[in-house]
Ligand binder design. Structure first.
Ligand code: ADP
Ligand code: ADP
Length: 229
């Protein structure tokens, strides 16, 4: 499960300006696709169509052969883990934040997810284990750390598809490497990964789509795209 297909998808937010045109691609179950391209190209819009935040204006988006228009928004979202650009955490422990969405998870499973998302050491270093508040009164987390908490949450929920929308976030090299390694763990779980944005984090993607002004202008592996220019 987790096969994604876009079939000649077009989309516009308003009536006169098309945002996406002729978008067709398929992602096999468990594969990683990266959607890259300049700001405003339509990368986040593709994630939003997949998450069924909006419906395609024409064409079809399917998951495992099912047209998203024929299934409820709730069931689409249950199948998809979304790691947004700006992860908002609850003002609760990090363990609570990771466990959110799967309250039945054991402490051991939460620790394992944290370890896989490269925040295991970080959690262990908190005073009294998990017993530390985040947010105003407690620990200040960087954007990359929050993103990894969100990745740990989706590792625990193990949805067939994970979308990582990195849009404009500028992460330092170290953080990017840690997120890369967290994602490698996610893809080892046979999760289909959709990454919108940064080329440097997507070296391991099976398919890279280069988007410009709402159209796919190149596609291939990292090596193929490097060989092109
Ligand atoms: P990217 O993720 O590649 O930066 P987006 O998908 O966010 O691009 O945006 C694609 C285009 O759609 C941009 O021109 C943007 O201004 C426009 N856009 C994005 N969101 C909306 C919206 N809610 N209403 C109208 N236009 C939007
Ligand atoms: P729940 O509230 O049970 O987590 P949701 O479907 O509301 O279920 O959200 C699932 C995940 O997707 C959450 O991590 C949430 O932050 C994120 N999410 C919900 N709605 C949107 C949206 N419109 N755009 C991006 N991310 C969203």
């Amino acid at each position: 499960t987790g096969v994604i297909r876009f079939e000649d998808v077009a989309f516009h937010y308003d009536h006169d300006r098309p945002i996406l045109r002729g978008i067709s691609f398929e992602v096999p179950a468990g594969a990683t696709v990266a959607i890259v391209g300049p700001s405003g190209a339509g990368k986040s819009t593709i994630s939003r169509l997949l998450f069924r935040f909006y419906d395609a204006t024409s064409g079809r988006v399917t998951i495992d052969g099912q047209d998203l228009r024929d299934v409820t928004q709730a069931s689409v979202r249950a199948a998809i883990g979304m790691v947004p650009q700006d992860t908002v955490l609850f003002n609760e422990t990090i363990a609570y934040n990771i466990r959110y969405g799967r309250p039945d998870a054991s402490d051991e499973e939460v620790r394992e997810a944290a370890r896989m998302a490269q925040i295991g050491d970080f959690i262990a270093s908190l005073p009294k284990g998990f017993d530390t508040e985040v947010g105003e009164r407690g620990l200040k987390l960087s954007g990359g750390e929050k993103q990894r908490v969100a990745i740990a949450r989706t590792i625990l929920k193990a949805p067939p598809i994970l979308i990582l929308d990195e849009a404009t976030s500028a992460l330092d090299t170290h953080t990017e490497r840690e997120i890369q390694s967290a994602l490698d763990q996610v893809s080892r779980n046979r999760t289909t990964l959709v990454i919108a944005h940064r080329l440097s984090t997507v070296v391991n993607a099976r398919i890279i789509l280069v988007l410009e002004k709402g159209r796919i202008v190149e596609r291939g592996t990292h090596a193929e795209l490097l060989a092109m220019d």
